[in-house]
Design a protein. Structure first.
Length: 369
């Protein structure tokens, strides 16, 4: 230990200017050098006197060091304490009241290692969760139609662009036999994994009932009953189910609390296919009425979820139903796939920021062959 009056230095740097007084402390091997500086009374450093220094002294035997320093007159604020992690520590003061921590080196090592292991476990857990979510995304992608049942007089396509890796929107194309095609679109209550599980449940119910039930109203009653029995009280789905008859060029439909279907006629008039029943899965007693429409060559049907109409611009304006209709009118001469892409592109251009909800769309166009 030594006490030296400094005679030269760099003006403007605290503790190293001419006339500054400082005290240097070092062990015999010089492995550590602690410089104690007397700050100027009007300096920011002077205001820190008497506060916690945030300096920790680590030792292999903290109990022995505590006894030794206590005997030497070091003022400890409290006896040794044990943290929940097992680390032993205490706090001591210098003559000016500056606070320092004395802690066990082994305890600090254990604490650091425990923190490292916790961080590694957290990263591994996040990696597994991301991997499982990716698998769920791939599984759900296979639930959407992989083939298009053939019909002569209707050209149709569908798409679902999910806002998250998995979601609750649903669309399907079902071969109902005897030249009949089922066009289905739905929106599950909720988001994320929970909605995805309900979506899979609804799809299974729809496909199961489509095999066993011939009449549309009986089919949907069975779907409602299964969904009601197999889900929580608050779970429900909106659903639009249309059955197209290839020979008659007409379709029967039930709109179960879903957004209105849009039927753009070849003379440019618009028909809105509004609700004919309430949502499925929320009520045990449930019934629906059935609507029916003929189709002529050039007529276009669009079914969609609120991820399209509720997409919003930078100013907060929603895309809305009217813009869907306007896009349909501008591109009505396009094939169904191109028309579907035109609607989705208009939505993305209108709402270029991060997608907040699933975008699901089904477009069908009567060819009249």
């Amino acid at each position: 230990m030594f006490d030296v009056r400094h005679e030269s230095g760099s003006p403007g740097r605290p503790g190293t200017g001419p006339g500054d007084r400082w005290l240097g402390v070092a062990p015999p091997d010089g492995s550590t050098f602690l410089l104690l500086i007397t700050p100027e009374p009007d300096s920011e450093d002077y205001k820190r006197i008497g506060r916690s220094s945030q300096v920790v002294f680590a030792t292999e035997d903290v109990a022995a060091k505590f006894r030794d320093w206590s005997e030497r007159g070091v003022r400890f604020r409290h006896p040794l304490r044990q943290q929940t992690s097992g680390a032993m520590f205490t706090t001591f003061e210098d003559p000016d009241g500056n606070a320092f921590v004395l802690a066990g080196f082994d305890d600090l090592t254990r604490g650091v290692e425990a923190g490292r292991r916790a961080a590694a476990e957290r990263l591994e857990s996040e990696r597994r969760a991301a991997q499982e979510l990716e698998i769920a995304k791939q599984v759900q992608a296979r639930l959407f139609p992989q083939v298009l049942p053939p019909v002569r007089t209707l050209e149709y396509r569908g798409v679902c662009i999910q806002a998250r890796q998995v979601g609750g929107d649903y669309y399907d194309f079902l071969d109902l036999g005897r030249g009949r095609l089922g066009l289905v679109i739905g929106d599950i209550s909720g988001k994320g994994i929970a909605a995805a599980l309900l979506m899979a449940n609804l799809q299974a119910n729809v496909r199961q009932c489509a095999i066993s039930k011939d009449r549309l109203e009986l089919l949907l009653q069975a779907v409602n009953q299964l969904f009601y029995e197999n889900t929580t009280d608050s779970a429900y789905a909106t659903l639009f189910f249309a059955v197209y008859d290839d020979a008659l060029r007409s379709f029967r439909y039930a709109n179960c609390g879903h957004l209105s279907g849009l039927l753009l006629r070849n003379d440019d008039t618009l028909e809105r296919l509004e609700s004919t029943a309430t949502v499925v899965g929320l009520f045990n007693e449930w019934d629906c009425s059935i609507g029916e429409r003929p189709l002529r060559c050039g007529d276009v049907l669009a079914l969609y979820t609120d991820g399209i109409t509720e997409s919003f611009s930078d100013t907060g304006e929603e895309f809305g139903e009217q813009r869907v209709v306007e896009t349909m009118r501008r591109h009505r001469e396009l094939p169904s796939q191109a028309l579907l892409e035109a609607i989705v592109n208009d939505v993305h251009e209108f709402s270029p920021h991060e997608q907040h909800d699933d975008i699901t769309l089904v477009v069908a166009k009567c060819t009249g062959e």
